[in-house]
Design a protein around this ligand. Structure first.
Ligand SMILES: [Zn+2]
Ligand SMILES: [Zn+2]
Length: 382
């Protein structure tokens, strides 16, 4: 198991990675750092997968199928405001989601496993670029991830500040939501604001559509299903006395089941057509599918929990895990391979909100995450 020395080393790696955060597909310095460490551990690795992705391999005894362990590499376009002595040195870029910690945990596990007797099956350490936006997981798959790493199960982990420190939370089935994006372009007939009857008001249509979209979750979905429709932008008009010709509305939708997502999409289209007809405007809906629902397979959830119980005690398993409506591109990997994605509680410190400029990764969970990876590799049976 991970000792105090390795915990200290992981902290120093994490702080070093924190100093040079890089956005998706630009993780060049990050990749160099990871490769240098993997070389020190004597592990062979493949680099340049999806641009900056890395897959390292540790040979097992050949008694069990290969297992994949994945960490994400990218940072966010956020100006850091933590005041930490190891704060970001890249202006406007910050590891505000803890991917620096995820990489440190997986590196720690790679070092620990390489020092122990061989695990039953091969272990692939997968460092993936562009999780936040850009679907790095999908691009790694397109670049042959599962040929380079022929694993039969795959696992991922995210630090979770909303859960108590060290609590391990994983759901059977959906763990995280899908996300889709939409642009609604409303074209009317612009006119003098004093003579509204001479035009067709695109702003009024936008406000009607906005309200109607809120009826999807409340009146079209089964109350026991989970779905979100959020309009996050409305752009229209520039003058006090002109009704604008065009208004654009943008946002995203989330769901925990494919059928719910398709129902939201279909209702959005119907609402756009209905409001267009009733107000005499043209409405164009551009609806794009983003990350799919992240679905854990039950057998691998059991494996994940038993490794967590062995690593840090059965009392630290969340007995009532609930999924998140946030999204995660590990979903693409789980669409190709059985596996599980878990949340590791990081405590409820007010400075630990994900994607906040004040976010601070809780280093106390580094050895927990690394222990979980090590145990997964060594408990890999059939
Ligand atoms: Zn994030
Ligand atoms: Zn994240």
């Amino acid at each position: 198991m991970v000792n105090a020395d390795l915990s200290t080393v992981m902290q120093s790696w994490r702080k070093e990675l924190h100093r040079f955060p890089e956005l998706g597909y630009q993780e060049f310095t990050t990749a160099e750092f990871l490769q240098a460490r993997l070389s020190e551990f004597g592990l062979e690795f493949f680099s340049g997968i999806a641009g900056t992705g890395i897959v390292a391999r540790l040979a097992g005894q050949g008694l069990s199928p290969a297992i994949g362990l994945r960490a994400d590499m990218d940072a966010l376009p956020i100006q850091e405001h933590t005041g930490l002595d190891y704060a970001s040195t890249n202006t406007g870029v910050m590891h505000a989601c803890g991917h620096d910690g995820h990489m440190a945990m997986l590196l720690g596990a790679a070092l620990e496993i390489s020092r122990m007797p061989r695990p039953p099956g091969d272990v692939y350490f997968i460092f993936q670029p562009a999780e936040e936006i850009g679907a790095g997981a999908r691009r790694m798959i397109e670049d042959g991830l599962f040929k380079i790493a022929p694993v039969e199960k795959i696992f991922g982990l995210h630090n979770w500040p909303d859960l108590p420190q060290g609590l391990f939370s994983v759901c059977n089935g959906a763990q995280m939501a899908s996300v889709d994006y939409f642009d609604v372009t409303i074209s009317g007939k612009g006119c003098h604001a004093a003579m509204p009857h001479s035009g067709n008001d695109s702003l009024l249509a936008a406000s009607q559509i906005h309200q109607m979209l809120q009826s999807i979750a409340s009146r079209n979905l089964d109350p026991l299903e989970s779905g979100v429709v959020s309009v996050t932008q409305i752009h229209g008009g520039e003058a006090y006395n002109v009704l604008p010709e065009t208004t654009v509305m943008r946002g995203c939708t989330r769901s925990l089941a494919v059928a719910v997502g398709r129902k939201i999409e279909a209702r959005m289209a119907e609402i756009c057509v209905g409001v267009a007809g009733s107000l005499g405007v043209t409405v164009q809906l551009d609806y794009r599918h983003g990350y799919p629902v992240l679905v854990n397979t039950n057998a691998e959830v059991t494996v994940a929990k038993s490794a967590a119980a062995a690593s840090f005690g059965g009392s630290m398993i969340d007995l009532a895990p609930s999924p998140s409506m946030a999204s995660e591109d590990f979903a693409f990997m789980l669409n190709e391979c059985p596996g599980a994605y878990a949340f590791l509680g990081a405590g409820d410190d007010t400075n630990s909100r994900l994607h906040s400029p004040a976010y601070r990764f809780n280093d106390s969970i580094l050895p927990l995450g690394a222990d979980w990876w090590v145990t997964l590799a060594h408990q890999n049976r059939g």
